[in-house]
Design a binder for this molecule. Structure first.
Ligand code: GLC
Length: 555
C-alpha cells in the first residue's frame, strides 16, 4: 500500500492553529462546582482547567454561561453579554480566560443568534407593545390562519416536537398573534432581516472579543434566515431520513453574507493581551447540514473556519459507512480549503460508549472510534467526559430538564443523560464534583462511576483517559501537512481500512469480525485494545509507525 497523505509540493506554510486543533467542550454546570451549591460554575471550571491542559487539548469551548431561565440548558439567553449568577461573575469569566491562556489553551464561547429567551428585554417589550409594533419586528410575529386566526401561521414544527408557533394574548386579553420558535416556546426566533438584530450581535461579538475570547461556536448557524413569506415546510420535518431536503428555515442564502461580515469583524477587531491575534480567531458552525458540499459553504474562504462534521458522529459503527463519511467530508472540505472538524460527542448527543452498544462492546468501540477520529487530518472536538469513557446516564423522570421530555409527551428522554456532572475522584457521588450533597447536584450521578473518575483513571495505563492523553500527545508530534486529506484504503466490505495521518503514522481500524495480522516491521505506537501478539482484534484501532509507508496488513 502506498503512502496516502497527499499535499502540495514546496515549502509548507505554517498551518493556522485551528486546522489540526483539539478543542475540549466544557458544559459548565456539569463540569466542576467551585462554590459548593451543587451547580458547576466558572470558578470550578478554572480550577479544573489543568485537566484539559494535561489532556493535551489546544482550546476549550464553553457552552452558554449567560443569564437564562434554563428552559433549554442555557440556550435560552436573557442577556448575551452577562454571566449567569449561578455560574459566577464577569470577574470569574475573566479569571477563567486568564487561567486558560496561562495554560496555553484558547477560549471559544457559544454565540446563540437564532433566538433569545422569552425573558429577554426585547421579547418582553414586543409582548407589551402589541401587534404590528416596531418592537415585534425584531422577532417573527404573525397573525394566525383560520377564520379567527386560531391556526398557526404555517406548518413548521419545533425541533423539540409540536408546532413551532405559540399564540400570545391580544392587548384586550383575547387571542392575539403567534410568534415563531424553532426550539422551545421560551426561545423566540429573531428576525435576522432586522438591522437592530444584526447590529446587536456585532456588539455582542465585540464585547466578548474585548474580554479576550479567541473564537465562537455559532449555535444552529443554519437556521437564522427563514424563506421569505414563511412557506409551509411539508412533511418530514426534523426527521433524519429527509435531512437533505431543504426546509424553508434551513440553510438560506443570506447566511453567507452575514457570516462574511462576522469574519471581517473577527479579523479586524483589536485583540487584548493574552488572546490570539485577530487573524487567528475562529468561528465554528453548528449547522445540521448533511450534504457535504452545502456544509462546506459555511467554511469557504472569508466565512467560518470550522463546521462540526455531524455525519461522523451519526455514523453507526460500520466500516463502510464511516469510510464513506470520511471520504465525502474530506473531498468537500478540501474543495474550499477548509479542514474537516471531527466530532464524536457533544452535550446534545448520546455518549459514544452507549451509542455503540453499551457495556464492554460499546467501550471497546468508543475507544477504537476515538483513535480513529484523533488520527484523521483536521480538527477534533472532545466533549467533557468523553475522555473518561462515560456512558449515557439514566436520569430519573422527576429530574429531567430537557424540553424534549415534556414536548415529546414523555416519549423522548432527551439529552440530560450526557450532561451529568463529571466524576473527578472518590468512591461515591458527587465524586469530587462538588462539596454539596449528591441530591443537590445538577443531575444525579450513577452510583457505579468510582472506576471512571479522573483520579481512578490517571494511573491506569489501560484507561480511556490514558488512551486520550497518549493519542493527543502522539497526534501533536505528528502534525499533518496543512492540506492533507485522509484517503482510507481497505476492502470494499469495509471490514477494515487504514490511512496515513502523517508520513510514518498510519491508522488502521478493524471493524471485524475477523482479527487482522499486522505486516512485519510495522511498529505499534498505540492500540485501542490490547493486541493478540501481532494480530489486531475486531473493533480495534491501532496507530502504527509503518515500515516505509508500504503495508499494514500481512497478506
Ligand atoms: C444547539 C445546542 C442545543 C440547543 C439548540 C437550541 O443545537 O447545541 O443544545 O438545544 O441549539 O439553541
Amino acid at each position: 500500500m502506498r503512502s496516502i497523505v497527499s499535499s502540495t509540493t514546496g515549502p509548507e506554510p505554517a498551518a493556522p492553529w485551528w486546522r489540526d486543533a483539539v478543542c475540549y467542550e466544557i458544559h459548565p454546570r456539569a463540569f466542576a462546582d467551585g462554590d459548593g451549591d451543587g451547580v458547576g460554575d466558572l470558578a470550578g471550571a478554572a480550577a479544573r482547567l489543568d485537566h484539559v491542559a494535561r489532556l493535551g487539548a489546544d482550546a476549550v469551548w464553553l457552552t452558554p454561561f449567560y443569564p437564562s431561565p434554563l428552559a433549554d440548558g442555557g440556550y435560552d439567553i436573557a442577556d448575551h453579554t452577562a454571566v449567569a449568577p449561578d455560574l459566577g461573575t464577569e470577574a470569574d469569566f475573566d479569571a477563567l480566560v486568564a487561567r486558560a491562556h496561562g495554560l496555553g489553551l484558547k477560549v471559544l464561547i457559544d454565540l446563540v443568534p437564532n433566538h433569545t429567551s422569552d425573558t429577554h428585554p426585547w421579547f418582553r417589550e414586543a409582548l407589551a407593545a402589541g401587534p404590528r409594533s416596531a418592537a415585534r419586528e425584531r422577532y417573527l410575529f404573525r397573525p394566525g390562519r383560520g377564520v379567527d386566526g386560531e391556526l398557526p401561521p404555517n406548518d413548521w414544527q419545533s425541533a423539540f416536537g409540536g408546532p413551532a408557533w405559540t399564540r400570545v394574548p391580544a392587548p384586550d386579553g383575547g387571542p392575539g398573534e403567534w410568534y415563531l420558535h424553532l426550539h422551545a416556546p421560551e426561545q423566540p426566533d429573531l428576525d435576522w432581516r432586522h438591522p437592530e438584530v444584526v447590529a446587536d450581535f456585532e456588539r455582542i461579538l465585540r464585547h466578548w472579543l474585548d474580554r479576550g475570547v479567541d473564537g465562537f461556536r455559532i449555535d444552529v448557524a443554519h437556521t437564522l434566515f427563514k424563506a421569505p413569506g414563511l412557506p409551509d415546510a411539508g412533511p418530514g420535518q426534523h426527521q433524519d431520513i429527509l435531512r437533505n431536503h431543504l426546509m424553508p428555515y434551513h440553510d438560506q442564502e443570506e447566511l453567507h453574507p452575514l457570516f462574511r461580515t462576522w469574519r471581517r469583524l473577527l479579523d479586524t477587531h483589536p485583540a487584548p493581551s493574552g488572546a490570539v491575534p485577530p487573524e487567528q480567531r475562529v468561528m465554528v458552525a453548528e449547522a445540521a447540514v448533511f450534504e457535504p458540499a452545502r456544509l462546506a459553504r459555511y467554511v469557504s474562504p472569508g466565512e467560518m473556519q470550522q463546521a462540526f462534521n455531524f455525519a461522523f458522529l451519526e455514523s453507526s459503527w460500520d466500516g463502510a459507512e464511516m469510510r464513506a463519511v470520511i471520504e465525502r467530508s474530506a473531498a468537500s472540505m478540501r474543495a474550499v480549503g477548509a479542514p474537516v472538524t471531527w466530532v464524536l460527542s457533544s452535550h446534545d448527543a448520546v455518549r459514544p460508549v452507549t451509542r455503540y452498544g453499551g457495556g464492554p462492546r460499546g467501550r471497546r468501540r468508543a475507544r477504537a472510534a476515538a483513535l480513529l477520529m484523533l488520527a484523521l487530518p483536521g480538527a477534533a472536538y472532545v466533549y467533557q467526559g468523553e475522555e473518561l469513557g462515560l456512558p449515557q446516564a439514566h436520569i430519573p423522570d422527576d429530574r429531567l430538564r430537557d424540553p424534549l421530555w415534556e414536548r415529546s409527551g414523555h416519549r423522548e428522554r432527551g439529552r440530560d443523560g450526557c450532561r451529568v456532572p463529571l466524576p473527578w475522584e472518590g468512591a461515591s457521588a458527587p465524586y469530587g464534583f462538588s462539596t454539596a450533597a449528591p441530591d443537590a447536584c445538577w443531575f444525579p450521578q450513577p452510583g457505579d462511576w468510582a472506576d471512571l473518575t479522573v483520579r481512578a483513571q490517571e494511573d491506569d495505563p489501560a484507561s480511556m483517559l490514558a488512551l486520550y492523553r497518549a493519542a493527543l500527545r502522539l497526534r501533536r508530534a505528528a502534525p499533518v501537512p496543512a492540506d492533507a486529506v485522509a484517503a482510507p484504503e481497505g476492502p470494499a466490505d469495509g471490514s477494515w481500512f487504514a490511512f496515513d495521518r502523517a508520513p510514518g503514522l498510519r491508522c488502521l481500524t478493524n471493524f471485524g469480525p475477523e482479527p487482522l495480522p499486522l505486516a512485519d516491521g510495522d511498529e505499534v505506537l498505540l492500540a485501542s485494545t490490547p493486541l493478540d501478539g501481532r494480530t489486531v482484534p475486531a473493533d480495534t484501532t491501532v496507530w502504527l509507525r509503518s515500515a516505509g509507508g508500504t503495508t499494514a496488513i500481512a497478506s
